[in-house]
Design a binder for this molecule. Structure first.
Ligand code: AVI
Length: 320
């Protein structure tokens, strides 16, 4: 087993590789997982509370309203698993309903962040004494083999529209890997954002308080902190665009001037034209058909969907 020093090395090695590859490409890009260090995760938590960012509160309302129906449809005697659980804040809604149906329950939150999982275990332990929480520290995108050893009927939660941050073929690959660790009768609950008017989408990804811009720029601040780079954050601006053809929000950092940046840890000089962009993130927005196709291609059958009155967000139950 790797020590924490070795893991740190592996992690920063992955970062160095991704940064070198992405910033020497034309057009320049960086992978969106780089957004989520401690500071980025805290900024994302703040985003979820912004008035313009309708996703989190809309999904929460759907779960509050339909928790009983969702669990009824998923089947009796459930064990819950959550992919990318973080602190599992929205999951409480389903756990509370589950514990009204069965006297005891098991919950396996999966996340790369041990500290987020610690927080989830402590909080859930206090709130639900009859819930047994077994955290799994893992990157679920490569599949989680341990899932196949969990006995009983599983409901795998993949909420929060995190699926939307993956390119469609990668999303199918991830869901397929998860599907391979499930048994007949198990189910997946997928939260995904619906495609909608740009008038609603643009402010959700470029809010008036500038929190999303700070979240976006944190990727450069992280390169300054961890690779000793000298990005001047004031010389980049956050851009959010709706790409209707690809049904996705696209996020960029745009250089406001001609400039050079040096990344000592990679011995890399970078030149930016005025207006040149780094593509940092996509957030796919789905139609019913896109959801159905993605699930079918991953080996699931869509059984039932729930959404809010305006159909801004959807929660979809799919069966193995
Ligand atoms: C984590 N993910 C679902 C967010 C989204 O809406 O795509 C990430 C985000 N990026 C900017 N704002 C929120």
């Amino acid at each position: 087993m790797a020590t924490s020093k070795q893991l740190q090395f592996i992690a920063s090695d992955a970062m160095a590789l991704a940064v070198r590859e992405g910033l020497s490409a034309t057009p320049k890009h960086l992978p969106s997982w780089l957004l989520y260090d401690q500071i980025g995760s805290e900024l994302f938590e703040q985003i979820t509370e912004l008035p313009e960012y309708y996703l989190t509160r809309t999904e929460r309302c759907i779960l509050e309203r339909y928790a009983a129906e969702i669990l009824q449809q998923a089947g009796p005697s459930l064990t819950l698993v959550e992919l990318g659980a973080g602190t599992a804040s929205k999951t409480c809604i389903l756990i509370e309903e589950l514990l009204q149906r069965q006297s005891r329950a098991l919950f396996y939150p999966i996340d790369v962040s041990p500290s987020a999982l610690d927080q989830a275990v402590r909080q859930l332990g206090r709130q639900f004494p009859s819930l047994r929480v077994s955290p799994i520290v893992a990157d679920y995108t490569g599949g989680v083999p341990a899932l196949s050893r969990i006995s009983g009927r599983k409901l795998v939660l993949y909420i929060g529209s995190s699926i939307g941050n993956f390119e469609p073929p990668d999303a199918v690959r991830i869901l397929r890997r998860i599907r391979q660790t499930l048994w007949a009768g198990d189910a997946l609950l997928l939260g995904a954002d619906f495609a909608k008017r740009s008038k609603l989408l643009l402010p959700a990804y470029n809010d008036s308080q500038g929190i999303t811009a700070a979240f976006s720029k944190n990727i450069l601040a992280r390169l300054n902190r961890e690779l000793d780079a000298d990005f001047n954050l004031d010389l980049f601006c956050h851009i959010a665009l709706w790409n209707r053809r690809q049904s996705r929000m696209e996020m960029y950092l745009e250089s406001t001037t001609a400039q050079t940046v040096f990344i000592p840890a990679l011995d890399m000089d970078l030149y930016f034209e005025p207006g040149e962009r780094i593509h940092t993130e996509n957030s796919y927005k789905y139609t019913d058909e896109m959801i159905e196709v993605m699930l079918r291609q991953s080996g699931f059958t869509l059984e039932q969907s729930w959404c809010d009155r305006k159909k801004w967000f959807g929660v979809h139950l799919a069966r193995v």
